[in-house]
Ligand binder design. Structure first.
Ligand code: UDP
Length: 454
């Protein structure tokens, strides 16, 4: 693409929800747009922006307020109070930002907003700017919430088995957790459903998935939302098609990293169980003890990410570094999953972790914590067939013996080999989707060409 001067380049504002699992893919998508000549300004909340390290220098950073600039979201006291304030103060300060950029002649061609911020589209439209909704959850989950928005699915759930277009039959244990907390507090489910309140007014609807993974739903949804495009997986190139060698990292992290690649280097191929539950999940003491005992008593190696805020839940005397195990507070998950010593991933099934394991061909054991994670667990176990869901007891705890059994299934048995080869198949399709002529690559080109020649 010919080089253009800064002012003649198309300019996108990328408005990301303040969370690792949102900033990571949106920043990664931003890098892909930059490669097509688009100028990017990343926008997140003032409080969250203080945590960000290493945003690529080519990407400008602007902030809005969620109303809790000094202490952060916990100051709100409840999710509902946070969401309400975010919506009110967020839309006011986003309006001010667009006004400021307009006055300084820093024209904006398109606002790509996290679908968790539907109000951003209303603000964007006041300025006559294109608005693209970026869905950070998967198409099955989006489909579920969309049906609640339409009124064709209600909370609390009435049916035992849920049938929706283009989805497998879903049991209660497969549904997003907010259906089950709805009666005591409807605010969380409402928050996810409201993503779809004005989506038909968006100029584009982009989703961090790839066509080959979600074919049926994508074909169906495009009849309802003609401007829907799959543009993922948005993960650094080194872990996918490898076309941009320097693209090794998402570029931002709110956590301090521990080095564990060296520890993995001398472990045999496929011998290590990697355990991580993302940036938010907080298991109780009992679950942590069961996990710790399972890993200690299992025969193989393990690498376990226990965030600093969770460390006090480790059983007394549990050693963080032994010959067979290493506990770190954070790691570069992509590098770990790409390491040949990793044999399986015990995961909470956040959508980013799910896409990452699909892209790196690693089979999983699912221990979903909340939100969309049960649905992702269902997809990985029964639809994409790359893993198993660890059974829970009556107290909703995965016991050590149950988890040991799952680990043996994946690491030692024929079933594990099948899952590994399924995972490799999804990985190959993901690489194809982002390569030249791949489904996601073509969609990104269509999106950017439209910015230059609307
Ligand atoms: N992650 C990481 N190091 C860790 C744990 C997680 O880099 O030790 C990254 C992971 O690669 C993913 C993100 O954090 O990109 C977590 O997102 P996900 O959607 O899986 O879960 P969430 O944190 O939103 O629950």
């Amino acid at each position: 693409m010919e080089k253009k001067s800064i002012t003649s380049r198309a300019h996108c504002l990328v408005l990301a929800f303040p969370g690792q699992g949102h900033i990571n893919p949106m920043l990664q998508f931003s890098k892909l747009l930059e490669r097509q000549g688009v100028r990017i300004t990343l926008v997140t909340t003032r409080f969250y922006s203080k945590n960000l390290q290493n945003v690529p220098p080519s990407i400008a950073l602007e902030t809005i307020s969620d109303g809790f600039d000094e202490v952060g979201p916990q100051e709100a006291g409840s999710p509902k109070a946070y969401i309400d304030r975010l919506c009110q103060v967020g839309s006011e300060t986003f309006h001010e930002l667009l006004e400021k950029l307009g006055k300084s002649r820093n024209h904006v061609d398109c606002v790509i907003y996290d679908s968790f911020f539907p109000w951003a589209l209303d603000v964007t439209k006041r300025f006559g700017i294109l608005g693209a909704s970026y869905l950070t959850q998967n198409m099955t989950v989006n489909n579920i919430y969309y049906h609640v928005h339409l009124g064709t699915l209600q909370a609390p759930l009435k049916e035992h088995e849920i049938s929706l277009p283009k989805l497998p039959k879903l049991q209660h244990e497969d549904m997003p957790s907010f259906f089950f907390t709805y009666e005591e507090d409807p605010s969380m489910l409402d928050f996810f459903v409201v993503q779809f309140s004005n989506i038909d007014k968006a100029d584009w609807i982009l989703c961090n998935t790839y066509y080959e993974l979600d074919k049926e739903i994508v074909d169906w949804i495009m009849e309802i939302w003609p401007k829907f495009r799959s543009i993922g997986p948005n993960i650094p190139s080194l872990f996918l098609d490898k076309r941009y060698e320097n693209d090794q990292d998402y570029g931002v992290t709110e956590f301090k990293r521990d080095e564990c690649i060296e520890w993995l280097d001398d472990k045999p191929k496929g011998s290590v169980v990697y355990v991580s539950f993302g940036s938010i999940a907080t298991f109780g003491d009992e679950q942590m003890e069961e996990l710790a005992c399972c890993l200690k008593e299992s025969l193989g190696y393990f690498l376990w990410v226990v965030r600093a805020s969770e460390e006090t839940k480790l059983p007394k005397g549990f050693e963080k570094k032994t010959k067979k195990g290493l506990v770190v507070t954070w790691c570069s998950q992509l590098k770990v999953l790409a390491h040949e010593a990793i044999g399986c991933f015990v995961t909470h099934c956040g959508w980013n972790s799910t896409l990452e394991t699909l892209c790196l061909g690693v089979p999983i054991i699912a221990i979903p914590f909340w939100s969309d994670q049960s649905t992702n667990a269902k997809l990985m176990a029964d639809v994409w067939k790359i893993g198993i869901r660890a059974p829970i007891d009556d107290n909703k705890v995965v016991r050590r013996e149950a988890l040991k059994h799952c680990i043996r299934e994946i690491m030692e048995n024929e079933k594990g080999k099948e899952m590994k080869s399924n995972a490799i198949r999804w990985k190959t399709l993901a690489v194809k989707a982002v390569s030249d002529d791949g489904s996601s690559h073509k969609n990104i080109l269509e999106f950017t060409n439209n910015l230059f020649h609307p």
